[in-house]
Design a binder for this molecule. Structure first.
Ligand SMILES: NC(=O)c1ccc[n+]([C@@H]2O[C@H](COP(=O)([O-])OP(=O)(O)OC[C@H]3O[C@@H](n4cnc5c(N)ncnc54)[C@H](O)[C@@H]3O)[C@@H](O)[C@H]2O)c1
Length: 398
């Protein structure tokens, strides 16, 4: 079988893992070329036995050496807009990592561009976004049950994402620590979750409020050579911080939050509270969905689902989806790799659209705006600008 010819812009740890998962599930692939000033993903690719392909100095040089069956974008978030635009201009199918873009202005401009392309004959090259949770079996099951009305009407949702200290420490050293590169803690880390919450609520946020800040990774809390209490191993030592990395999680120039809470009221009155912390002893990523007829708890760390009708005293239904992996993705990368192949080869629908991805990003940006202003934010003007951008050719600026 002729291998899929792949070009990569931003060969970091993420794209290397996605390429590895693609190879694992049987993609015939050839990494033809890549652009990256210092590819963090090189050792990961080597472990998967995937040769690096040709080095290109710029996306333009890589794209000119096409054709490619897929251009994969894994650069830091502030470069997504430029890189997605260049790859779409070249006319090749694109897979870009989440968050699709970093700002509201970029979201509107891309929405307008994609909407215009979709109105043209042929529709433009496909754009797949790596909102990988959409491909997880547990998430698919949650969506299926809610769509089937198993919980009745969704009334309210409570959700968390709590990271162990080494992961939080990595975020505080990596490029994600700066708004200019990553956007924000929530945008980079939980646009996945807000994509699913919007899907479960079946509506867009009407108003949001948020409190957050930095009280963990601060100079005042810096220690010399911190250790894990029970085994003496060096703490905060999860992998090299990579591109624009800082040495010390507590003494970097971080300007994003390290913990944050948010309240969201959707247009259809579904209400949600969210709590994220990047330095906990008990890791958790959990969605508690309460409907008129039933309740479910999705434990995304343990990959387990628990469901019970509201008017039942029987034991809850418990489903263990297994597949637990150290990367906490629990087989999602492999499922996404299968979804991607099915889309490219057979034209199957990918589980998430670029417009879903833009709306998830805008939701998180609204939450961050509400946190910065200290006021509850009415999201309607933002959605009006977004809808206008989708409807018209000319992107409006926010
Ligand atoms: N879907 C997921 O679960 C998931 C998980 C992790 C990361 N991500 C996303 O993947 C993307 C990459 O994150 P990562 O963790 O791999 O980061 P990383 O730091 O490991 O990789 C980023 C790479 O981009 C390269 N780069 C920097 N400037 C560049 C430029 N001008 N042109 C080309 N390459 C450039 C860096 O050298 C580095 O190799 C981000 O958008 C991130 O949000 C998604």
């Amino acid at each position: 079988m002729t291998p899929y010819r792949i070009g990569v812009i931003g060969l970091g740890q993420r794209i290397a893992h996605v390429l590895g998962a693609m190879a694992e599930v049987g993609w015939p692939l050839e990494l033809a070329g890549q652009v990256d000033p210092a590819p963090v993903g090189a050792p990961i690719l080597e472990r998967f036995g995937i040769p690096m392909g040709r080095d290109f100095a710029s996306p333009q040089a890589l794209l000119a050496a096409g054709p490619y069956d897929l251009v994969m974008i894994g650069s830091p978030n502030h470069l997504h807009f430029e890189h997605i635009g260049a790859a779409l201009d070249a006319g090749f199918p694109v897979f870009a990592e989440k968050p699709i873009v970093r700002t509201q202005a970029e979201s509107l401009a891309l929405a307008s561009r994609l909407a215009q392309a979709s109105r043209r004959k042929g529709g433009g090259p496909p754009l797949f976004i790596g909102l990988v949770m959409r491909s997880m079996s547990i998430v698919r099951d949650v969506i299926r049950r809610i769509d089937a009305g198993e919980l009745g009407e969704v009334i309210s949702i409570d959700a968390t994402e709590h990271l162990p200290p080494e992961h939080g420490g990595y975020l505080a050293r990596n490029w994600r620590r700066r708004q200019a590169w990553g956007g924000s803690y929530l945008l980079d880390k939980v646009c996945h979750d807000f994509d699913i919450f919007g899907r479960l609520a079946g509506a867009r946020p009407r108003r949001v409020a948020s409190f957050g800040g930095r009280r963990i990774f601060t100079v005042e809390r810096a220690e010399i050579a911190p250790r894990i209490w029970n085994d003496g191993e060096a703490a905060y030592a999860l992998r090299d911080a990579g591109w624009m990395g800082a040495n010390d999680a507590f003494q970097s120039d971080m300007d994003v939050t390290d913990h944050q809470t948010a309240m969201v009221e959707y247009e259809n009155q579904v209400r949600l509270s969210f709590h994220a912390n990047s330095h906990v002893g008990l890791s958790e990523r959990r969605w508690y969905v309460a409907g008129t007829e039933g309740t479910l708890i999705a434990d995304l760390v343990r990959n387990r689902l628990m469901v019970r009708p509201a008017l039942s005293r029987a034991k809850p239904e418990r489903i263990d989806f297994g597949e637990r992996t150290k990367d906490a993705h629990n087989g999602a990368d492999q499922s996404m790799a299968r979804d991607l192949l099915a889309s490219l080869r057979d034209g199957a629908a990918f589980p998430v659209t670029p417009f879903d991805s833009l709306e998830a990003g805008l939701t998180v940006m609204a939450i961050d705006e509400a946190m910065a202003s200290g006021e509850m934010l009415d999201c309607r003007p933002m959605w009006a600008r977004y809808d206008a951008a989708v409807a018209s050719a000319a992107p409006s600026r926010s």
